[in-house]
Design a protein around this ligand. Structure first.
Ligand code: SAM
Length: 239
């Protein structure tokens, strides 16, 4: 992925660092090869490699396609521990999720909020890795809410008023097969923390229209639950 401004007027970009290494060492790109490229927030296309080494990648891009359509799924995610957050941001971005609300719930450790991984630049880096994986350019929006109650009372409807609402809840809930497909185009999917939502939080979400559903008999760790649930909800939402 290229940043806006990295292409000159002739459509040529000179890249170093991670992207040059990735092209040189992982893709083994050589002059004359073609690579998929895109501009963050912009169009996608193909690029011809003019020069490639682990330190420098020079390419000429032709951007002629829009990014793929976004996922209908948005995430309301209890803030996971930082090393899991990294994976979750990448997988959600690679699956085309475009809105992610990270939420402090009762069972989220307060120390997670102090993690350097929550700095906007660190979040962006994980999202870009996910977009590169998914061959997409549209950067997801990530917002952080420290406290459950004010989020639910003041922000939920304002930000996600038009979305259908689901909460993944292990246990007695029906699977998605047991729920009617949504009328709304966006589905807000809530995923709990390591210890799950408290009964109060689960009841509050239910009262706010979140339908509980189960992903099956096995309880999944958050980094498995997120991509699994996003995939299932996406299929369900498409009918
Ligand atoms: N002991 C916790 C509980 O019973 O809620 C386990 C929490 S699990 C590690 C973290 C989150 O992943 C859950 O809050 C839920 O949102 C989601 N999850 C994991 N496995 C699930 C399943 N089988 N069905 C529905 N949601 C699941």
């Amino acid at each position: 992925l290229l940043e806006d401004g990295e292409l000159d007027d002739a459509g040529v970009a000179r890249l170093d660092g991670r992207r040059a290494r990735h092209a040189g060492e992982v893709l083994r790109a050589a002059a004359g090869d073609t690579l998929a490229v895109g501009v963050v927030g912009g169009r996608m296309g193909r690029a011809t490699v003019l020069e490639s080494s682990p330190d420098l990648l020079v390419l000429r891009a032709a951007l002629d396609a829009p990014p793929p359509p976004p996922s209908p799924v948005s995430l309301l995610l209890a803030l996971p521990r930082p090393k899991i957050l990294r994976k979750v941001l990448q997988s959600a971005a690679s699956m085309g999720v475009k809105r992610i609300a990270l939420l402090g719930t009762y069972r989220v450790e307060k120390s997670y909020f102090a993690s350097p991984l929550l700095a906007p630049a660190a979040i962006r880096e994980q999202l870009l890795l996910g977009l590169e994986q998914g061959k997409d350019t549209a950067l997801p929006e990530v917002a952080l809410f420290r406290h459950f109650k004010p989020f639910v009372e003041d922000e939920l409807d304002r930000r996600f008023g038009g979305a259908a609402r689901l909460v993944a809840h292990p246990g007695a809930s029906p699977t998605l097969d047991g729920l009617p497909a949504p009328a709304a185009r966006e589905v807000l999917l809530a995923i709990g923390p390591e210890g799950g939502f408290t009964p109060y939080e689960a009841e509050t979400l239910a009262a706010r229209g979140f339908a509980p559903f189960s992903l099956g008999a096995r309880v999944l760790r958050v980094d498995a639950a997120v991509p699994f649930a996003v995939g299932q909800v996406e299929l369900w939402a498409r009918g």
